[in-house]
Each structure stands twice: as structure tokens, then as C-alpha cells.
Design a binder for this molecule. Sequence first.
Ligand SMILES: Cc1cc2nc3c(=O)[nH]c(=O)nc-3n(C[C@H](O)[C@H](O)[C@H](O)COP(=O)(O)O)c2cc1C
Ligand code: SF4
Ligand code: SF4
Length: 255
Amino acid sequence: MILCFSGTGNSLYAARLIAGETGDELVSLNEIMKSGAPAVFDSERPYVIAAPTHGWRLPAAVEQLLRRAKLSGSDEMYFFMTCGSEAGNAAKYCRALCEDIGKQYMGLGYAVMPENYLAMFPTPGPDEAERIIERAEPGILAAAREIAAGRPLQDPKAGALDRFKSGPVNAAFRALFIKDGKFRALDSCIGCGKCARLCPVNDIVLKDGRPRWLGQCIHCMACIGACPAQAIEYGKASVGRPRYYIDRLYSERKH
Ligand SMILES: Cc1cc2nc3c(=O)[nH]c(=O)nc-3n(C[C@H](O)[C@H](O)[C@H](O)COP(=O)(O)O)c2cc1C
Ligand code: SF4
Ligand code: SF4
């Protein structure tokens, strides 16, 4: 069973490719987070966690959900992470998570996909984003074949700098940066509510037709990436940067 969390669609894209090879059921962790439904899963096949890299590790919200989840059936757990450039030493923490929840760690695969962290880094325009996705596909499929065959995935190599980033830098990043105070809606907002519908943690409500952020944000970038009017900014960091949301990339290409 593939349990997928995805902010802007990259990890979902990878999860769908993996499911195509393994035949596994694909379950959205976004929906479970959003609905507050109990995280109860049963799978005879190994679990595969597909998620983005946030601060060189799994997003904190995904770690928390897995720690409180009931995961019956298979004892084995794989991880497949997408990232903008590197997953750091994420594998160490996925292994530790498995130990804590009583699963056998089966390794971590990762793919470099388009950067979505508008709040901090430059994001690619549509042409570059498509090229990055094309380049990522063979690696995702290769990992999927290993998973389908029941073989462990090889963890990415991690040096001292990776350990530093996934360790103390991640802790500071989670504490200091994952905040929503800098989000704002522009006058071009059309009040469609898409940002609120997509938010996996219900951090957005519409008031007088405009989004308001409630302080529970996990920085998934769905709202700012998917807004059809490009009417959300994050402080000054996002100004003038392309918005990235994979569904929009492909739907705009069709027209
Ligand atoms: C809060 C946040 C933190 C991120 N941290 C990293 C990182 O540590 N390393 C990296 O290469 N990319 C990082 N990224 C980029 C994403 O991991 C990457 O774009 C990913 O494919 C997005 O997947 P999604 O569309 O499934 O959410 C970060 C993105 C966000 C929003
Ligand atoms: S998605 Fe964009 S246009 Fe729609 S309500 Fe949110 S900010 Fe406004
Ligand atoms: S407010 Fe936006 S960035 Fe924050 S969790 Fe919700 S959709 Fe993601």
C-alpha cells in the first residue's frame, strides 16, 4: 500500500508511477490529514511512504501521522521522497521511525523533481519543470521495480554536511520557518476557495471572500502554487517567481 502526502503534486506523481509498477493501492495522506479521519491501514503488501523532502527530512506532519497510525499487515516499510535537489540524511530518520513503530525499514529512494518552495527558493518555469520531471521518471520506475520485487532500496549516501542539515538545521528550520504569517492574498483574488479546499491541514478559511491563514500551516505550498489567479504572495520571497503546481503545469500545456 502506498501512503502518499504531496503538497504540489510531485510526490503524488511519483507515487502513481510506483503504483503502476507494483499494482499497489494508493492512499492520500492529505485527505486523511484534512478530514481528521483515523489513520488506520491494513496491507498485506509492504507499505511505501511517498512524500516530499521538507528540510532534508520527511515533513514533520507525515512523521507525526505515521507515529499515531495503525498499520497492520505487512511489517515492511519503504520510503520514496521527492526533493528539489537533495534529501540529505533523511534515511536515518526514516529508519528510526520504523524502529519506533515496529516496522522493518526497507530503504529510501528519492527523485529530484521541480522545486516547489516558493517561500525560500527559486522555482522553475513550465519548460524547465517538464524537463526535470522527464529526467526523474527512469529513477522512479527503477525504484518501483525494486519495490515490486521485494528488494530493499539503497539509501542515498550521506556525508557530514547532510547529517548537519537533517539534524540541527532541520530542527531550527521546523521551529523558525514553518509559519504562515507572511502569506497574503492580493486584490486579484477571485474568492474561488481553491486554496482552502486544497490545504491539507485546514489552515485557510475564507472571510469576506478572501483567504485567512490560521497559524497551523505546514508549508506544503499547495495554496500559493495552485491559486488560479496567482493571487497569493509569501512576503517578498514569492514576488515575480513562477508558481509551481504539477496539475496546473499539465492542464495549461493542454490548452
Ligand atoms: C517546506 C519545504 C521544505 C523543502 N525542503 C527541501 C529540502 O530539504 N531539500 C530539497 O531538495 N527540496 C526541498 N523542498 C522542495 C520539495 O521537496 C520538492 O519540490 C518536492 O518535490 C515537492 O513535492 P510535493 O509536490 O509532493 O509536495 C522543500 C519544499 C518545501 C515546501
Ligand atoms: S485560490 Fe487564489 S483566487 Fe481562489 S480564494 Fe484562494 S487566493 Fe483567492
Ligand atoms: S496554508 Fe498553504 S502552505 Fe500552509 S499547509 Fe495550507 S495549503 Fe499548505
